[in-house]
Design a protein around this ligand. Sequence first.
Ligand code: PLP
Length: 448
Amino acid sequence: MNELLEEGAGRGLDHRGRTALHHAIRDELDALRKDCSDGISRELDNSFWEQVEGRLALLPAMSLVGAQNGTGVVLHTNLGRAPWASEAITAANQVAQYGTVEISRETGGRGRRDKTIAQLLAQLSGTEDGLAVNNNAAAVLLMLSSLAQERKVVVARRELVEIGGSYRMPEVISAAGATMLEIGTTNRVHLSDYESALEDPDVACLFKAHPSNFEISGFEGEPSLEELASLCHERGVPFVYDLGSGVFNGAHLPGLSGEPTVPSALEAGCDLVSFSGDKLLGGPQAGLIVGATPLVEKLRRNMMTRCLRLDKTILAALEATLRLHALGEEVACSHIPGLSMLGRAVEQLQKTADLMASQIVQSCPGISVDVASCEGRVGSGASPNEPLPSIGLLLQVEGFSAEDFALKLRNGTPPIFSRIQGEAVLLDVRTLSATPEELAFLLSSSLA
Ligand SMILES: *Cc1c(COP(=O)(O)O)cnc(C)c1O
């Protein structure tokens, strides 16, 4: 395949990008093999390449395309958050046509769409049941609308956060048809605030949200999860926690020290915990809810759950990702790209950067390159103020400002997203997936 790719590129057939060329060659090879087995003799000659060209011409020009992330933000929301594990990509591919989405292999009749996901979520979290919906924003809406419609939700003022876009806690609570009962101040909330709020018989649940993209420091404080949980259990009120990023494995990784894990939140006594599929879980976009069966079942019966259900490819990718987590810390942290990127040590990044730099010097005569320390971020609301020490390539092209060169890179095939540092374009090596050869090729072709 590598030889064919080179030959195709030599024939100028890589104008839609290497991936498109790869797919066109692969599909035409399949056709050629089929013809040969049907007794039609064919060769890898000019007519083969004409067919490949025809396949490329049929491809619609896509606006949503794969990209290289040189920003150093591992879970970059605008670049699609978590990159999927190859196991997840394969699983999604396999069900893209027909698949055992909602069918029983035993009876051939209807099966349950989320049964395996529910079991895996429960097993990983150390609880009874789980549910998956479109995203965590939907999960929070579903929890509050199922438990607190036309009733009150107790929430601390210091947790009335805006996550980004238009996701603002007070608005989510009102969209769920519930009324917010705000307690405490912007910096502190006491157990006694919660105790008095729960005197109100109209309170349906206590809601807690992870602050995600901001931090309160200085004179601040709040009761522990355990204290809140035992208060809730005493009063018979469910304790709902929107955790944001769902950590199962990788809690030891740089940048994640302050993140609560899903099992620890449940162990502390939370009744329902929700989190995203595409943050630190490292899978596809989804909203996951875990807890005891009676509560999860209540959500499952809500009509809204049907409106928020997942596509078959997402279900498959999610199942594959959860299975990697179930295999334990070591497998999860090496196979799930978001986690393995966070685990890359600076010395390792330095080696990659050096290899990339020498390849660029060798094959991109117009580009000057320096290797330097830089700072990345976890992204997506995990440890917002904690930099990830990293290594970057500082690139400059004579006659181009850094902004102009960055624009060229964004217009490449595939596009490369960078940061600007001083006069140079910075590519943080941690989040790049290209090999040194691929990167040098992309850089030189973006200037061509
Ligand atoms: C990210 C986040 C959300 C939104 O999750 P999505 O999966 O993007 O819908 C909600 N709550 C918290 C605390 C978050 O960090």
